[in-house]
Design a protein around this ligand. Structure first.
Ligand code: PEP
Ligand code: MN
Length: 645
């Protein structure tokens, strides 16, 4: 049990609380936990929690049934997001740490850092002190190695993580590393845990190779109780009877531990399997099972590596793995956190929140979306700009365009296409009316619908269901099982949820995303009710053009754009569409979308929505655009941006 004391508790009241607990059979220990003072009470004592909560100076009592109280989900239901430098781990992102097993030289760590960063790793790993099974094996370069690693990390704007093997090294290492790693062999080195925890820096805690999940969580508890709040758990394989692989990756630990505890859980597939060509499948399985990230060993020349070469990926294999993770991420409702590929020069930029203006500076304005809290567009916004991005919800898509145009927001997030229901014409029409607004990025979000209702509601008692019409269409099979339900269309899915919360209705349910249920404190009666699970929506990030350039969201747009969107119509004469498409074809420009729709108010005239892959040579593209402008009618260029995978 944990007793959280108020910040201004008097010494007398603190003493009274201790006596109260001791008298009831607990052994007590006072601890500082961040800004909070807490008393940990351990033992089988009996206490009335309400009475304890009323003692002067006691702010809150967290009673858990688990021995790891600070780490337990019962104490904190929200996911902890750990911050390492400008990088975040946990929540809706997948964070990838990569680097060699050991730092071998200044050149080796620098080259590896460049390669893994190029592929999208955001934190650099490398051992300076290596706990090796044999005393004759390479033991690491020690402090020199750590200095090389810090140098590489700073040059490439990547925070670094390195293993600490002894309490004596802690003070020396703490100014050089951004995150400490406690290795599997030291998971239960309690003196080390206490020392490292007391430094307050983020810690990556590997699971001991024979540790139960509870022992692992108790080790995390040591770190938390000693002062740090930022602990990331790392499953790295456990010892079993199997000898083919180096260890056995305990995939089941991911969902179990994430359920028991609020800390992020990442996976080290390299030490888990120990065989290079088994690393990627294990890594993907870990992501599919809900891991918040990975730590992967990569070496520019694995065959010449001084340690763990057999399990180290070639940089090309790592690049392939990152692409696969990016494709898998939307399936598990997450986004791969990427470092911009080309922006080593712009390395000083802040973490993904806010938008950079045309000069590359953050403008600190909020980002707009349409709908209520918990809307899918808000989810998309948070994926791109971070969970803590400043945001405003506006009543309509048009209001988002207006806000972006007048400059009260730095960007807006709007849906443009659903993989099942097609383009959102309203937004394409708005692009035509707002020629100064451009698409500067895009994001693909998996849409998983839920049936949401009041806490007291039951599925049998529902008679009315509210949602956006697309919500109904996408859940048709489920709705067909309940033909007596009356369907009420709403402007968006989250406002349907809001209406239930406002009215306190118990016979009404809404179809929307889980985040909307959370935002309005409602219950999810059923999850995953969409007919086809391959249901994705593309969201566009829109912003006002500034001269030739549009501002870019750092997490998306700072990679080189590789896609462009255009809209045009064609004269009503033979071959006119063919002529336009031939311009693209002749220049070898790949068409990734072509859709036509009637132009409102001009019967039998059509607009074409076109997406193309940008060719390497910008001149080729620019000349194609000039030719198209001459041949097409109503030509609108919507923008160039980085395609979502
Ligand atoms: C490492 O990450 O280099 C390492 C030694 O890992 P583990 O402690 O999991 O064996
Ligand atoms: Mn290793």
């Amino acid at each position: 049990m944990i007793v959280i004391l108020s910040k201004d508790i008097s010494p007398h009241d603190k003493e009274m609380a201790r006596i109260y607990l001791k008298d009831r059979g607990f052994s007590v220990r006072e601890q500082n936990f961040g800004d909070d003072a807490i008393i940990g009470a351990i033992g089988k004592g009996v206490v009335d929690i309400r009475e304890l909560g009323l003692l002067p100076g006691v702010e809150r009592v967290a009673a858990t049934s688990k021995p790891y109280e600070l780490a337990s989900r019962e104490t904190q239901s929200e996911d902890t997001i750990v911050t390492v430098g400008a990088v975040k781990i946990g929540g809706s992102r997948i964070t990838v740490i990569a680097g060699p097993c050991a730092v071998e030289s200044r050149e080796q760590i620098r080259e590896t850092a460049e390669r893994v960063r190029e592929s999208g790793a955001v934190i650099l790993r490398g051992g300076a002190y290596k706990p090796r099974t044999s005393p004759y094996a390479f033991q690491g370069l020690g402090m020199k190695g750590l200095e090389f690693m810090k140098e590489a990390g700073e040059a490439l704007n990547m925070p670094i993580v390195t293993e600490i093997v002894s309490t004596e090294l802690a003070d020396q290492m703490k100014d050089l590393t951004d995150m400490f790693q406690i290795g599997a062999r030291n998971m239960q080195n309690f003196e080390l845990l206490k020392k490292v925890g007391s430094l307050g820096k983020p810690v990556l805690l590997k699971r001991g190779s024979s540790a139960t999940m509870e022992e692992w969580l108790m080790a995390a508890e040591y770190l938390l109780a000693s002062g740090t709040k930022d602990v990331v758990l790392c499953e790295r394989g456990i010892r079993t009877f199997e000898t083919y692989t180096r260890n056995t990756l305990d995939i089941s630990a991911i969902p179990v531990v994430k359920d028991l505890c609020h800390l992020p859980v990442i996976v080290d597939p390299s030490h888990a399997v120990g065989i290079r060509n088994k690393v990627a499948p294990a890594a993907l399985a870990a992501i599919a099972a809900g891991a918040d990230g990975l730590t992967v060993e990569v070496h520019p020349k694995p065959d010449a590596a001084l340690s763990d070469g057999m399990q180290s990926l070639y940089p090309e294999q790592f690049e392939r793995l990152m692409r696969d993770i990016e494709a898998l991420a939307p399936v598990v409702g997450k986004e791969l956190l990427r470092t911009p590929k080309t922006s080593v020069a712009a390395a000083g930029r802040p973490a993904a929140s806010g938008v950079l203006d045309a000069q590359g500076k953050p403008d600190n304005l909020p980002i707009a979306f349409s709908g209520e809290s918990g809307a899918y567009a808000e989810q998309a916004l948070m994926r791109v700009f971070g969970d803590d991005a400043r945001r405003v919800s506006l009543p309509s898509f048009k209001a988002v365009f207006d806000a972006a145009l007048e400059g009260s927001v730095s960007a807006g997030v709007i849906p443009i296409e659903n993989s099942l229901a097609g383009s959102i014409h309203e937004n394409y029409d708005l692009f035509l009316r707002y020629p100064d607004i451009a698409i500067v990025g895009e994001l693909k979000l998996r849409i998983m619908h839920c049936l949401i209702a009041d806490e007291r509601a039951a599925i049998d008692g529902i008679s009315i269901v509210r949602s956006h019409p697309q919500g109904f269409d996408q859940c048709r099979e489920f709705l067909n099982k309940h033909p007596d339900w009356q369907l009420e269309p709403y402007a968006n899915t989250a406002s349907a949820v809001a209406s239930i919360a406002r009215e306190g209705a118990v016979k009404v349910a809404a179809i929307a995303g889980e985040a909307a249920a959370k935002a309005f404190g409602l219950k999810t009666l059923k999850t995953g009710i969409e007919t086809n699970p391959q249901n994705y929506t593309r969201f566009a990030i829109i912003a006002r053009k500034a001269g030739d350039k549009a501002p870019v969201p750092p997490s998306l747009g700072s990679d080189q754009p590789n896609k462009a969107s255009l809209v045009f119509s064609v004269p009503d004469e033979p071959g006119s569409l063919f002529t336009c498409l031939k311009i693209l074809s002749d220049k070898g420009i790949n068409l990734s979308k072509l859709e036509s729709r009637p132009i409102q108010g001009r019967p039998w005239e059509y607009l074409f929505y076109i997406d193309v892959t940008l060719p390497q040579n910008a001149d080729v593209f620019n000349s194609a655009i000039e030719e198209l402008k001459a041949k097409a009618k109503d030509f609108h260029f919507l923008g160039t941006y980085r395609a979502a995978r």
